[in-house]
Design a protein around this ligand. Structure first.
Ligand code: AMP
Ligand code: MG
Length: 267
C-alpha cells in the first residue's frame, strides 16, 4: 500500500482515500525517533542560516480536526527552531475587530518576515472549512475565498516566502479516543471544549470541506501535504522530513563570504 503525501496541483482530494495509519516508510518507532532527532538538528542549523541570510522566509501552516496533533507537532517535530527566529501563531475564532475586516487581514500581518519562520496553528483555511461547515458565512462569501487564498499565497511566494501546508489526518475513531482521554486526564482537560463535540458530529462535512479545500489550494507554489497522523511518532517524522527537505531546497547561506571579510583579523 502506498499513498501520496504531497498533493499535486489540480487534484480532486477525497480524504477517504487517504489512510491515517499509512506507514509512510516508517515502520519502526526507535528508528523513526533517531531519524527525527537528526532532522531536528539539521533544521536547527538550516534555520540559523535562514536567519543570518535575511533574504527568505518560511511559513508552515498546520491544519487538522480537533486532537489531530497540531500542538504536538510543534512541540516535537518543530522543536529545533530557536525562538529568536521562529513565531508560532495560533488562530482562534476571529474577534469582532477581525470580523470587521476581510478574512486575510489578521493573517497577513502575522506572516514571517525575511529571515524568519512562521508556524500557523490553524490559519486562513478555517475561513473555507470551519466557516463553511458551521455555516458562519453564506456560500457566496466563502466560495470567493479559494481564489483569494491562491492569490495571497502567490504574493507571499513572490516576496521570498516558501509555504508548506500540512493537514494532520486522523480517523474518527482516533479522535474519539483522544477526546475521551482529554476528558479523563486532569492535565489535559483544559484543552477540551464542549464545542469540540459539535464539530465531531459534523465529522463527514469537515472531511468533505477539507478535501475540497486541499484539492483547490494545493498549488505549485504552496503545496499541501496530507500527513498520516493516527500515530504520533510517525506524524512527527513525516512532518520533520518535509520541513527539512523544504529548508534544504531553499538553501539559505551565511552571508559572510559576500562581505569580503576573509582574512580580517580582530586586534
Ligand atoms: P483551538 O485550536 O482548539 O484552540 O480552537 C480554536 C477554535 O477557533 C477552533 O474551533 C477553530 O475552528 C476556531 N476558528 C479559528 N479560526 C476561525 C475562523 N476564521 N472562523 C471561525 N472559527 C475559527
Ligand atoms: Mg480545540
Amino acid at each position: 500500500m502506498s499513498q501520496p503525501i504531497k498533493i499535486e496541483p489540480d487534484t480532486a482530494v477525497d480524504l477517504g482515500d487517504f489512510d491515517p495509519d499509512f506507514h509512510a516508510g516508517a515502520a519502526d518507532r526507535a528508528e523513526a525517533e533517531a531519524e527525527l532527532d537528526k532532522n531536528v538538528r539539521a533544521m536547527e542549523h538550516l534555520a540559523s542560516r535562514l536567519y543570518a541570510e535575511h533574504r527568505q522566509a518560511l511559513l508552515i501552516v498546520l491544519q487538522g480536526m480537533d486532537t489531530s496533533g497540531k500542538d504536538g507537532t510543534i512541540r516535537h517535530a518543530l522543536r529545533g527552531f530557536n525562538p529568536l527566529l521562529c513565531d508560532v501563531v495560533p488562530f482562534k475564532a476571529p474577534t469582532e475587530t477581525e470580523r470587521d475586516h476581510d478574512f486575510l487581514w489578521r493573517i497577513h500581518r502575522e506572516v514571517p518576515a525575511r529571515g524568519r519562520i512562521g508556524i500557523f496553528n490553524r490559519s486562513h483555511y478555517e475561513d473555507i472549512v470551519t466557516v463553511r461547515v458551521r455555516k458562519l458565512a453564506p456560500k457566496r462569501a466563502w466560495k470567493l475565498r479559494f481564489k483569494a487564498i491562491n492569490g495571497f499565497e502567490r504574493l507571499l511566494v513572490h516576496s521570498g516566502t516558501t509555504i508548506v501546508k500540512c493537514f494532520l489526518h486522523i480517523s474518527k475513531d482516533e479522535q474519539r479516543e483522544r477526546l475521551q482521554s482529554r476528558l479523563d486526564d486532569p492535565d489535559k482537560r483544559w484543552k477540551f471544549r464542549v464545542g469540540d463535540l459539535d464539530d465531531r458530529k459534523l465529522w463527514d462535512n469537515f472531511q468533505q470541506a477539507y478535501g475540497d479545500a486541499i484539492g483547490r489550494t494545493s498549488t505549485e507554489h504552496a503545496p499541501w501535504y496530507i500527513i498520516p497522523a493516527n500515530t504520533k511518532w510517525r506524524r512527527d517524522l513525516v512532518v520533520s522530513r518535509i520541513v527539512r527537505e523544504t529548508l534544504e531546497r531553499m538553501d539559505p547561506r551565511f552571508p559572510l563570504e559576500e562581505e569580503g571579510l576573509d582574512g580580517v583579523v580582530v586586534e
